[in-house]
Every structure is written in structure tokens, then in C-alpha cells.
Design a binder for this molecule. Structure first.
Ligand code: SF4
Ligand code: SF4
Length: 374
């Protein structure tokens, strides 16, 4: 990893769920509160801020200008923002995102620019719009310092993308202790692929959308006994802070208390002791001890399905609910991860079940998923 990346503290600030003055209005960011959060974060040695063109419908970028850019010297922080080209109707509009983001942020250049949520059938839009060449051109013009992409997909797709685009400066991956060996997310394998390509990583979802800060009792008890004063979130961050080849670990924070708690964990941070590592392993085993769908993500089923149902992804989401016991959270993930092939489009032809080496009752599981998440 280059010196510039080495110098970035691992504690990063994700700006996708900022405090609001009106809970019904995503643009009503509580700027006074956010300024306090920024000050606390900077005081703890943090420098990396992650936003996106779409977060809070653009208000996240504007709030960063007010709370950070207008109040701190340019060399005191780095800003990452993103373009969600797959959700945009035209190449012109997708390319215009960068200029709009820079204007909202009040910056001449952005430190990190990401093609956001590449992978699955979303990659085609980035290709079609010429976004890969566009970001390199803007980097050459000095508007972007580092070009990368974020991805919620498996190691094979990541490998293919990094092979097709070897000039990426970094990549943003979903990594946390629960997904480390998950057959769908493949966090460990993705980290290995990035390292093999020599591409450093920004970690997103270290707390799995907050679920690892609010564990079911069977796992929480083990961690509380091992370290009574440590927050559950601190276990999740420490796991990521000590992985190799990591630029920053994004903590999506909504309150000043969260910033304070994470800042305290960061200041006191040390690698896990043997006893702590054993406790974490035990907690993960407890989380996974519930009977789950034995899907290995081999994807034989997906190749056969005439409807393009996202079978392995849906099995993974059913399992996630069983582990973290939070249906609404999983429903939110399902709304976009299964959007291209929801369970309800299954016509019960049975082709998938004939292919499944685990003999999973896929049709029944899909019916359950449709009932719970659609
Ligand atoms: S049973 Fe449903 S999910 Fe399975 S292959 Fe047929 S349509 Fe696809
Ligand atoms: S064939 Fe079975 S084990 Fe393989 S991905 Fe499909 S559901 Fe999972």
C-alpha cells in the first residue's frame, strides 16, 4: 500500500445515515449535531469521510461542505464520493454526477471517487456509459485523486472486474466477521482477490448495517463476558481495523454518542488477544448455530432457472435473518439484492431443485422469502 493510503487512519466516517431534524425528510440533516460529530471524529484522529451523490438525496454532500470543508484545512481530511450509474437513465447524467458532487462539496477535487455498487447485472450500465474511461480521464484532469469501485458481489466477479480494469487505485468491499466465510458474500476470498491484484481496500459494512452492534443474546453474552466494558460494535471494528491491505473502515454514524463510542474504541484499539479471538470465534459459532438453509452458493440452480430468480442470494438472505433475527433489516437488503429476480417470479418448474447438490427445498424456501420480504 502506498504511503498516502498508509497515512489514513483506519477509522472512517460513513455519511449515509446522518442525524435528521425531521425523521420524515431525508434532506433535513441536523447540521449543528453533524458539526459536533465531525469535530469529535477529527479530534479522535479520523480523516476519511465517505459520502455519495445519492445519500440523503444530495444533502449528505452539502452537509459535508458545511461541517467539514468550510471548517477544516484541505489537507486535514480526505473525501470519497460515488456515482450510482446503474440507477441513472443516461450516460450524460451519470457523468454529470462528478461535477455536481464537487459543487455540492465545495471541492476542486475529490480524494476518492467510486463507481458505486458494481457487480451483478449492474455492471453493464457502467460499461455502456463508458464510466471506466470517464473516471480515468477526470483523474488525469486532476478532479479525482484515486479511482475505485464498490461492489456487493462474490470473489469471482471481483477478480473479473479487477482483471478487466487493472488501473483501479482501490476497491470498496463488504467485510465483517459474520460475512468473513459466508458462501455468498465471500469477504475473506474478496480480500484475498484484492490483495492478489495489489489493490487496497476500503471496508464497508463492518457492523453489517448495525446488526453486529445489536447481536442476539446467544452471541452477545459471550462477548460481554469476555470484555464487559467493550461495546459490541467495537468487536466488529477491531476485527476490520487489523486486516492487512486496508485503507479505511467505514463507520456509518448517526449520533454523537456513536462517534464517541467508536472514537474511544479507536483510541484504545489493540489487536485481539488470543482469549478475545477465541471469544469472537465462539460468538460467530453461536450466531451460526441456528439451523440455516445449507446453501453453498455453488450456483448450479441459478444457471438452470428460466426465470432468473436470484436463488443463492435469496437463500443467503433467509440465512441472514435466521442469524441476526431482524426481518426488517433483511427486507431492506432484499429490496435491491433480489430486485432482478425476486422469489415471487418462480414458476415452480423444479429445474433448480434437480440441480441442487444440497437437496434444498428451493421452491418452498422461495415461497417463504416472497411471503416475508415482498
Ligand atoms: S422452480 Fe422456480 S426458482 Fe427453480 S428453476 Fe424453476 S422458476 Fe427457477
Ligand atoms: S444449487 Fe443449491 S446449494 Fe447451490 S446455490 Fe443453488 S440452492 Fe445453493
Amino acid at each position: 500500500m502506498n504511503q498516502e493510503f498508509e497515512s489514513i487512519p483506519k477509522f472512517g466516517f460513513g455519511c449515509m445515515r446522518l442525524p435528521l431534524t425531521d425523521p420524515e425528510d431525508q434532506t433535513s440533516i441536523d447540521i449543528d449535531q453533524f458539526k459536533k460529530m465531525v469535530d469529535e471524529f477529527m479530534g479522535a484522529g479520523g480523516t476519511y469521510f465517505d459520502t455519495a451523490h445519492v445519500y440523503h438525496q444530495g444533502a449528505s454532500e452539502r452537509a459535508l461542505k458545511e461541517a467539514l470543508v468550510d471548517r477544516y484545512p484541505r489537507d486535514a481530511y480526505t473525501v470519497a464520493t460515488k456515482c450510482l450509474a446503474w440507477a441513472i437513465e443516461s450516460a450524460e447524467e451519470a457523468k454529470q454526477n462528478l461535477a455536481v458532487s464537487l459543487e455540492r462539496l465545495g471541492l476542486d477535487y475529490v480524494d476518492f471517487y467510486l463507481l458505486h455498487n458494481v457487480g451483478g447485472n449492474r455492471t453493464a450500465r457502467f460499461d455502456e456509459y463508458g464510466m471506466w474511461d470517464f473516471v480515468q480521464q477526470k483523474k488525469a484532469e486532476g478532479l479525482i485523486k484515486n479511482v475505485g469501485f464498490s461492489i456487493h458481489d462474490g470473489a469471482e466477479t471481483l477478480d473479473a472486474l479487477l482483471t478487466a480494469h487493472p488501473n483501479m487505485d482501490f476497491v470498496q468491499l463488504q467485510v465483517n466477521y459474520l460475512d468473513w466465510d459466508d458462501p455468498v458474500v465471500e469477504a475473506r476470498a474478496c480480500m484475498e482477490v484484492a490483495a492478489r491484484h495489489g489493490v487496497p481496500v476500503v471496508i464497508m459494512e463492518p457492523v453489517r448495517g448495525g446488526r453486529l452492534a445489536d447481536l442476539p443474546e446467544r452471541a452477545a453474552r459471550i462477548l460481554h463476558e469476555a470484555a464487559p466494558d467493550a461495546s459490541l460494535a467495537s468487536w466488529a471494528y477491531r476485527f476490520c481495523w487489523h486486516l492487512p491491505n486496508v485503507i479505511s473502515v467505514l463507520a456509518g454514524m448517526s449520533t454523537l454518542d456513536q462517534v464517541k463510542d467508536n472514537a474511544a474504541s479507536f483510541k484504545a484499539d489493540k489487536p485481539f488477544t488470543e482469549a478475545e479471538q477465541a471469544a469472537l470465534d465462539e460468538a460467530v459459532a453461536a450466531l451460526k448455530s441456528v439451523p440455516t438453509v445449507p446453501c453453498t452458493n455453488c450456483r448450479y440452480c441459478a444457471k438452470e432457472c428460466p426465470q432468473g430468480v436470484k436463488i443463492p442470494e435469496i437463500m443467503g438472505l433467509l440465512n441472514l435473518e435466521l442469524m441476526v433475527e431482524d426481518r426488517e433489516f433483511v427486507k431492506g437488503l432484499y429490496s435491491w439484492q433480489a430486485a432482478a429476480g425476486p422469489a415471487s417470479t418462480c414458476i415452480e418448474c423444479g429445474a433448480c431443485e434437480q440441480m441442487c447438490p444440497q437437496s434444498i427445498d428451493i421452491i418452498d424456501q422461495l415461497a417463504l422469502a416472497a411471503e416475508r420480504y415482498e
